[in-house]
Write a protein that binds this ligand. Structure first.
Ligand SMILES: NC(=O)c1ccc[n+]([C@@H]2O[C@H](COP(=O)([O-])OP(=O)(O)OC[C@H]3O[C@@H](n4cnc5c(N)ncnc54)[C@H](O)[C@@H]3O)[C@@H](O)[C@H]2O)c1
Length: 110
C-alpha cells in the first residue's frame, strides 16, 4: 500500500456534510478512497454521499462528535464494513470569530 495515495484507503471525515469536509470527501473518493461521511446533519451528509457515489465509494454515518457512544458505533460500523481505518480527518466544528486571538481582524490601513 502506497501511504501517499488515497486509493483504497478507508478515510473517516467528520463534518463532511458541508464546506471543507464535503470538498475533501469528494476529492478523496475521486482518488479511490472509501470515504465515511460522518456528520450530525443527515441531509448534508447524504448529499455528500450522493456526490461521492458518482465517482466512488462511501457511506453516511450520523454522528455528533461530542457523543462518545455514537463515535464508537461509527468506528464499529466502519470496521465491520471495511475491516480497517487508515485515516481520520477531525474536521467537524463551527467557525466563530476569535477576537481574543485577533484571527479575524485586519487593518486595511497597515
Ligand atoms: N471555513 C473557514 O474559513 C475555517 C477557518 C478555520 C477553521 N475552520 C474549521 O474547519 C472546519 C470546517 O469548517 P467549514 O467552513 O467547512 O464549516 P461548515 O459549517 O461548512 O461545516 C461544518 C460541518 O460540521 C458539522 N458539524 C458541526 N458540529 C458537529 C458535531 N458536533 N458533530 C458532527 N458534525 C458536526 C456540520 O453539520 C457541518 O456539516 C471547522 O472545524 C472549522 O472550525 C474553518
Amino acid at each position: 500500500m502506497d501511504i501517499f495515495k488515497a486509493e483504497n484507503k478507508v478515510i473517516i471525515i467528520t463534518g463532511a456534510g458541508s464546506g471543507i469536509g464535503k470538498k475533501t470527501a469528494i476529492l478523496f473518493a475521486k482518488e479511490g478512497a472509501k470515504v465515511i461521511v460522518a456528520d450530525v446533519n443527515e441531509k448534508g451528509g447524504n448529499e455528500t454521499v450522493a456526490e461521492i457515489k458518482k465517482n466512488g465509494e462511501g457511506f453516511f454515518a450520523k454522528l455528533d462528535v461530542t457523543n462518545r457512544e455514537q463515535s464508537k458505533q461509527m468506528v464499529k460500523t466502519t470496521l465491520g464494513k471495511y475491516g480497517r481505518i487508515d485515516v481520520l480527518i477531525n474536521n467537524a466544528g463551527i467557525v466563530q470569530d476569535a477576537p481574543q486571538f485577533g484571527f479575524c481582524r485586519t487593518d486595511q490601513n497597515t
